[in-house]
Design a protein around this ligand. Structure first.
Ligand code: BV8
Length: 223
């Protein structure tokens, strides 16, 4: 089958081998914190100092990690594929961007951006945010609407291949994308079967730095 329009969804598993913690593999604790305390608007209202400290630490950590072979393979696919490639990531790190991917939708926001709490203006953010300031992390918390959902739905409708990489498929609406793309061929690349594995036409299990470059090679060799 020759594909023309690929949509890729990535989750924290694609960044695991770069040294960034995943959500699931820490017993549901997000870097030692309960999700409710650090990844909800209520948690932010309750304790802005804790939430800013949590995101300031993760933002600073980005300087110490780099993209891995899986991020680089996806950037290579976008560059060499004859059709369209849209990369939708649940991750808030900047590793896809640093790997060279261009057509990206960071649907859960970005550590390297901040949002004004009154005007909602979004701006670059390289340093620590001051809890007493007027900016919050530009991150989509639980209970908040992910970014660019209509653009994502449109792309899923048009796709003839949907690839899900490094996600446990526990977080919605991202976990529902495979259903929206059920008219397309659907492939899951993950360390182990996810909650949604049975929804996929094909599943390839292994470490992202091994299975993603191999799958990209297979895609680019297809005539
Ligand atoms: C919404 C930013 C509605 C934060 C994130 C009650 C109240 C409100 C909402 C809900 C509710 N109950 C349910 C919901 C919906 C909720 C949801 O889905 N909850 C789940 C937990 C049940 N969703 C939402 O709230 C979403 N918003 O519904 O809004 C709405 C409607 C209209 C109008 C307004 C609002 C918003 C969800 C976004 C939350 N923010 N991120 C931050 O990052 O700090 S989600 C967060 O979880 C991260 O983005 C992360 O990506 C994600 C965890 O998922 P994964 O990426 O899959 O990571 P995980 O660790 O789970 O899995 C890693 C996988 O990788 C594993 O399978 C592992 O095997 C694999 N792996 C590990 N190593 C490797 C590997 N694979 C390959 N190679 C390796 N080396």
């Amino acid at each position: 089958m020759t594909y023309n329009s690929i949509v890729i969804l990535t989750g924290s598993g694609i960044s695991a081998e770069s040294g960034l913690k995943t959500f699931r593999d820490n017993g549901g604790l997000w870097e030692g914190h309960a999700m409710e305390d650090v990844a909800t608007p209520e948690g932010f209202a309750r304790d802005p100092e804790l939430v800013h400290k949590f995101y300031n630490e993760r933002r600073a950590q980005l300087k110490t990690v780099k993209p891995n072979a899986a991020h680089l393979a996806l950037a290579f696919l976008e560059e060499r594929f004859h059709g369209s490639v849209l990369l939708v990531t649940q991750n808030v790190d900047n590793l896809h961007q640093r790997a060279g991917s261009k057509n990206i939708i960071p649907m859960h926001g970005e550590l390297k951006k901040k949002r004004h709490i009154h005007t909602s203006e979004v701006a670059d953010c390289d340093e620590a945010l001051d809890p007493k300031g007027l900016w919050r992390p530009h991150i989509v918390w639980f209970g908040e609407m992910p970014l660019e959902m209509s653009r994502i739905s449109e792309a899923l409708q048009k796709a003839d291949l949907f690839i899900s990489i490094g996600t446990s498929s526990t977080v919605y609406p991202a976990a529902g994308f495979v259903t929206e793309a059920s008219h397309a061929d659907t492939v899951e690349l993950n360390l182990e079967p996810s909650h949604a594995s049975i929804m996929f036409d094909r599943a390839i299990h292994g470490k992202a730095t091994e299975i993603v470059p191999a799958f990209v090679k297979e895609l680019l060799e297809e005539k």
